[in-house]
Design a protein. Structure first.
Length: 649
């Protein structure tokens, strides 16, 4: 990084020794200065770092008149109890322009982190000069931070987690406190001296340098004195708001624990009330496994949850991160000769995932609660290994899921799940395929591509249920979007309630994508109100004028559309939208191009034909790599005009 150093020039204005000017230059006489002219250089540092392997340091003193030997008396003042001994005079040899003032100390008396303030002044004003520094004030001491051998590895889930960049790790210089063992300092973990600049965030390796501000409190101080209650202090990343383009000021990071401490809460009180918000130091690794316990600040203002995946961690020198990762995919049903039914799956595990359990549970079960029950011994599960697994179905039917839990020392490290349907024991699948419909996505693709354009129409299988007339099931609705963005997932079915053609809605439902931002889900405005208040209450509010009827979509001629609504975004701009995209604790406007549309298999022939033609044209364009569909890369740039952030309170 190119640093710009600003040098100030001292302009010496002579107020005496001038005579009146005339047209004759010979009448001009320059000012003269007499005397030894002893002074301190104005480039001397104001802070001197001493060494615990030395016993002295020197301060250069200069003079203007180099003739003759000269002894200069000095006046010395220093902090009470100072460990430094400063001579009360300095001597110049004949012809010497400079002399060194030797300050001595006993390294055995060093107190780490303590700096003494010392002022050295020329005691005899007749030996000084009016045009230089007659005194020099500085602090001297040794920092409490001692550099550790080797580097720490820093894994970021704060900036990467917030903006949906793949979680990255890089090495950082680390120091430990000589005063308080267990306190660590990472040196500017987001600075240009680290490999953060080479993460997938940047198209150009020097892109970061445009945004880095080399000032402020850039070091991350971590208190791990109690390994079960670790937290870090607020610090600046050194970067301005790099992705939104809104120039919202310096990006800072802090732990929620530090925020509470700074607001007057005693540490023991925070431990008792919010134990899960602390990190842990275990086996040489500091981790913050609880999601959303770290905060991202913009220009000092709180407002963004970091660490959405609970992956922020620091591996101390000599240690590495354990890999407890797990991925499971459903592979079918197996019935053995004893007529026992098993769900088959393909399981991939990280090298440190050794204690792994699996169980089949209903599709709507809370996987976190299932994992906790397995860890606590309350739910019996099957021990599995990487490869093909068989998990008993135990008489369950309908929408189910395989839940895989990775444990370490009895604690849940990773949860993976794969949904499937099984209708055995005489039960039949109530959902029947209606045919092929079409969907236009204006929710996910515009938010995660540079073009910001809708995607589709593309084909989607549509199912119906005789027991739920008017409710349509869109099978794996976002799988084509996941493939388009070169991501995994999207294999969640979405229910669209069109029981009443003028009151169509989508309740909050996961779509099977996360992009390292937390589970994504979509919903319509009408779905939000129906879920919260019930249809009868909402209809009454519409009739009474409290709620506009436009919160609902409509079904006409086999096509479901959603109205265009308007709301103020977090940036204050009015944004048009049709649906909501929820990610973690934040909601984003979807349908900003007003393009969300569902074409059902039963649509009018000409409508369906047009959708089929558009889908074919879009597919052809993508294959050729032309128009707006060419090689879209996921930039993870969140257009802040699309964001409606739920701020930290």
């Amino acid at each position: 990084m190119n640093k710009i150093f600003k040098y100030s020039l001292a302009l010496l204005v002579l107020t005496a020794g001038f005579v009146a000017c005339s047209d004759d230059d010979d009448n001009y006489q320059a000012a003269t200065v007499s005397g030894p002219q002893v002074f301190f250089d104005n480039t001397l540092t104001s802070k001197i770092e001493i060494s615990n392997t030395a016993s002295s340091f020197t301060i250069p003193v200069s003079r203007g008149d180099k003739s003759g030997a000269l002894s200069v008396p000095l006046q010395v003042t220093s902090s009470e109890g100072s460990i430094f001994s400063v001579p009360t005079s300095i001597s110049f040899a004949d012809g010497a322009e400079k002399a060194d003032l030797v300050v001595t100390y006993d390294p055995a008396n060093i107190v780490y982190g303590k700096y003494d303030t010392i002022t050295v002044a020329i005691a005899d004003a007749s030996l000084a000069t009016a045009y230089g520094l007659n005194s020099y004030t500085f602090t001297a001491g040794i920092t409490e931070w001692v550099k550790m051998k080797g580097k720490a590895t820093y894994r970021d889930d704060m900036l990467t987690g917030l903006w949906g960049i793949p979680i990255s790790s890089w090495t950082v210089d680390i120091y430990e406190s000589a005063i308080t063992p267990g306190r660590y300092m990472l040196e500017a973990p987001y600075g240009p001296k680290t490999d953060f600049r080479y993460t997938p965030l940047w198209d150009d390796e020097d892109e970061l340098l445009k945004y880095f501000v080399d000032n402020g409190n850039l070091n991350m101080v971590i208190d791990a004195t109690d390994p079960n209650y670790v937290y870090f202090e607020q610090f600046d990343t050194g970067m301005k708001d790099i992705l939104s383009g809104d120039n919202q000021g310096m990006i800072g990071l802090t732990s929620y624990v530090w925020y509470w401490l700074q607001n007057g809460n005693p540490l023991e009180t925070v431990k008792a009330a919010r134990a899960s918000y602390f990190g842990k130091l275990e086996d040489g690794v500091i981790s913050f496994p609880e999601p959303k316990t770290l905060l991202v600040t913009l220009d000092g203002d709180l407002g963004w949850y970091g660490n959405p995946n609970g992956q922020t961690a620091i591996a101390l020198p000599g240690y590495t991160f354990a890999d407890f990762s797990a991925e499971v995919a459903y592979a079918g049903i197996f019935t053995n000769p004893a007529e026992e039914v098993f769900a088959m799956g393909t399981l991939t595990l990280g090298p440190d995932a050794q204690d792994v359990k699996a169980v089949v549970v209903p599709g709507d079960a809370d996987v976190s609660a299932v994992a906790d029950a397995i860890a606590g011994g309350e739910l019996e599960a099957t021990t599995v290994q990487a490869g093909t697994i068989q998990v008993p179905v135990d008489g369950q039917t309908g929408e189910l899921q395989i839940v895989v839990v990775v444990l370490s020392k009895g604690e849940v490290k990773t949860i993976a799940a794969a949904e499937f349907e099984y209708y055995g024991g005489g039960n039949s699948n109530p959902w029947k395929t209606l045919g092929t419909g079409y969907y236009v996505d204006d929710v996910v693709v515009p938010l995660f591509t540079e073009e910001g354009l809708p995607y589709g129409p593309y084909e989607v299988e549509v199912k119906v249920n005789d027991e739920m007339p008017g409710v349509y099931r869109l099978v794996s609705l976002y799988a084509p979007v996941a493939a388009y963005l070169e991501e995994k997932g999207g294999n969640k079915d979405i229910l669209v309630n069109a029981e009443e053609a003028d009151y169509v809605y989508i309740t909050d439902q996961p779509i099977g994508l996360d992009f390292d931002l937390g589970d994504m889900s979509i919903m319509s405005e009408g779905g939000y109100y129906v879920t919260k208040y019930g249809m009868d209450v909402v209809k009454g509010a519409i009739a009474g004028g409290q709620i506009p009827a436009e919160i609902f979509g409509t079904l006409k001629d086999g096509v479901i559309t959603f109205p265009t609504l308007q709301e103020e975004s977090s940036s204050g701009a009015m944004v048009s939208y049709q649906l909501w995209l929820n990610m973690g604790d934040k909601s984003y406007f979807g349908g900003t191009n007003e393009a969300v549309k569902i074409v059902l298999p039963g649509a009018k022939a000409e409508v369906k034909a047009k959708a089929r033609k558009l889908a074919a044209a879009a597919s052809f364009a993508r294959r050729l790599g032309i128009t707006s569909f060419k090689g879209v890369s996921v930039k993870r740039h969140m257009n802040k005009n699309l964001v409606k952030a739920k701020m930290v309170k």
